[in-house]
Design a protein around this ligand. Structure first.
Ligand code: KIV
Length: 293
């Protein structure tokens, strides 16, 4: 009875998913691990962006990205923290669940926040499982500054959850690095990262993010491992590229040097807010037809 009543009522607030047309027959299939491995073998670049809510996940999906990373960068670009360290499992599960509801074709990867995988392998597996079971993620990402992450990757992969590694500038180690600094400079540091990438591959990672490392090093790692590398500030030789959505869309007024802006949403948003303010103050909004009568 209630359903009948609801369906007859005018939809005042259509849900964001109401904007998504149903998948047409023969529509592109969900991106999964074997597709990504094949893309590397074929030399087809992988496109990854971050998203934190259903609306932008929908847009990223419709825009044809292959992987949506629900990054713990949410802590900085959405929640306004200086680093990603205050981000909790609960925050990440909420963001990831929203993204999972918005996406369709793209693989959804949940980023494991600080202290969700550093304490023990058992706790890491349980937390990775929450991303899948409670938030609909299809994979998780773990930052791995050193070999301590290997049993974590092994354990999560063995539980049947695809794991993406992340080496180089791993922002959860910002204090250990003494700031957000380029990593892998110098022969010793470069060799250590090559060893770490290979060890993460052997531990069961299906892909590795290379963040802020020299171009030649990223090129070497990409050549020497069979799983895809996704670069951010690591040059064009990686098997794929990722950017933080707010940087790519030009919402952030101080993006990192390696960023490219594909839109200027900051200026467009400011213009819109100012115009709305003028219209309200001058009583130009709402006009006829912009009410329910
Ligand atoms: O949290 C994040 O957005 C990330 C990407 C920058 C790779 O880890």
């Amino acid at each position: 009875m209630a359903d009948e009543q609801d369906s007859n009522e005018e939809q005042l607030y259509p849900s964001p998913s109401a904007n998504v047309p149903p998948a047409p027959p023969g529509a592109a299939r969900k991106v999964r691990v074997p597709h990504l491995l094949q893309m590397k073998r074929d030399g087809r670049p992988i496109v990854m962006v971050t998203a934190y809510d259903a609306m932008f996940a929908q847009l990223a999906d419709e825009g044809g990205v292959d992987i949506i990373l629900v990054g713990d960068s949410a802590g900085m670009v959405v929640h306004g923290y200086e680093t990603t360290l205050p981000v909790t499992m609960e925050m990440m599960l909420l963001h990831t669940a929203a993204v999972s509801r918005g996406g369709r074709r793209a693989m959804v990867v949940g980023d494991m926040p600080f202290m969700s995988f550093q304490v023990s392998v058992e706790e890491s597996i349980r937390n990775a499982g929450r991303f899948v079971q409670e938030a609909g993620a299809e994979a998780v990402k773990v930052e791995g500054r050193n070999e301590r992450v290997l049993p974590v990757i092994e354990g999560i992969a063995a539980a049947g959850i695809p794991v993406m590694g992340h080496i180089g500038l791993t922002p959860q180690s910002v204090h250990a690095f003494g700031g957000f600094r380029v990593q892998g400079r110098g022969e010793e540091a470069a060799e250590a990262l090559v060893r770490l990438a290979k060890a993460q591959e052997s531990a069961g990672a299906f892909s590795i993010v290379l963040e802020a490392i020299p171009v030649a090093l990223a090129e070497r790692i990409t050549r020497e491992i069979a799983i895809p590398t996704i670069g951010i500030g690591a040059g064009a030789a990686c098997d794929g590229q990722v950017l933080v959505m707010h940087d790519l869309l030009g919402l952030n007024d101080s993006p990192p040097k390696f960023n490219r802006r594909y839109a200027d949403l900051r200026a467009a948003t400011l213009r819109a807010f100012r115009k709305f303010g003028r219209d309200v103050r001058e009583r130009h909004f709402p006009a006829e037809g912009e009410t329910y009568g």
